[in-house]
Design a protein around this ligand. Sequence first.
Ligand code: MN
Length: 230
Amino acid sequence: MSPDFPAPPLPVVPVAGGGSFPVHRIYCVGRNYAEHAQEMGFTGREPPFFFLKPADAVVPVPFGTTGAIDYPSQTADFHHEIELVVAIGRGGRDIPAAQAADHVWGYAVGLDMTRRDRQGEMKKQGRPWDIGKAFDQSAPISPIVPKAQCGVLSAGAITLAVNGQPRQKGDLRELIWNVDETIEQLSRAWELRPGDLIFTGTPAGVAAVVRGDVMEGLVEGLGTLRVAVR
Ligand code: MN
């Protein structure tokens, strides 16, 4: 039996140096840097938690170019969150932290773009965050750098500037759950599969962008993700 409409294209993210990484799911870690948890009104001592974005929310942007995303509908407070993204190459359930590195294929620089006003309303009402987090074009992402090329990333600067002005600043060492612990926790709740992306959380300094702004996010050891808001 043939389908009634063509299958949607599989979202893919280019690999630095050639090739492509087909995206299965996008997992995101919430409040994984203490200072960001504090700026969101928490103590920074609560355990991190997870939410998801649809796989086709990715907007791949090659290194050395400026990508573009549309200012979304239904918000007047559109926030940037610069994040280290982990690309899973080997799946599994109940992966111990000590073995998690074997499941990492590579890394990317990502933006967890957020309708902060909608997210705040949903939080207040105890409703799902999807409208605040899981919308179209909400996951701009650099090419994936294979771990074979950059090594294991566990330290290094993570920063974001808007129109050249510094906004966010942190270090991967400050992650509350590091990458290995994140994989351990995630794989207890979901079976990880090759093609999964994990947005590992954002450091302090989240703020709004408007049409015409250009965001420049850097993760030391990977490169710069440059995205304009149109
Ligand atoms: Mn985030």
